[in-house]
Design a protein around this ligand. Sequence first.
Ligand code: PAF
Length: 279
Amino acid sequence: MQIIRDIAMLHRAVTALKQGGKSVALVPTMGSLHDGHLSLVRMAKRVADHAVVSIFVNPTQFGPNEDFEAYPRDEARDAALLVEEGASLLWAPDVATMYPGGHNTHIEVAELGADYCGAARPGHFDGVATVVAKLFNQVRPDVAIFGEKDWQQLAIIRRMARDLDFAIDILGAPIARDSDGLAMSSRNAYLSDAQRAAAPAFPAALNAAAQAIAGGADVTETLVRAEAAIVAGGFDSVDYVALADADSLERLRAFRAPARLLAAARIGKTRLIDNLAVG
Ligand code: PAF
């Protein structure tokens, strides 16, 4: 597997990978890879001839009081995992390569980015959309794969790719979960043993709510009950539990398919997100 940090070298390497009409799938990540990321790499290898993975902890998607500095980084370990998975190329630019001095262009997917995590993390999705557009232009993949755990992010990237005419298929990969139901996340590493033991209360509450709503229960009451169950399960606060149209992300007061239950909750200093299909 080639590890590349320079844009001109990347262009040459991707051109070589594409020779003979071969296709390339990009898996954008911030590193600290877990089985969820590796399932995206496996999917990339199923849908394309080459899997290219990017690792870039993107400063512009972290707020001033968020965990940019503390975000776990271990490129050597990540690279070894990617070699095992058969990735062809690791694109690992530094901040100066991604944002050279004077960088001043940003992408905002206004409507989809305003609610849910966008409300709790102002500017976060502008940072995500901008860096993903740059990664698309840098790597020029045929396909790009994102985890469904960040459902709002996936919806924003799909819209951005459509609105800006990126000729790239955007694929979502199912959420990878630990055996107790907790969605895999690099941020799970922040949890103490006690917090990790409590954390499955989050997906359990969402599962119960999704089943209740699909079974005809009142949406508002069910969401309030889910929030209470998450706090009773050991979480300190709930940012939101919402029923949304799966594509437009419009909040729904009554169930209609396709719908998604979206949620974010805080345990100690860690903010976890999760989501489920309803019905
Ligand atoms: O989901 C992530 O890891 C990041 O938001 C992404 C898509 C790699 C952009 O930095």
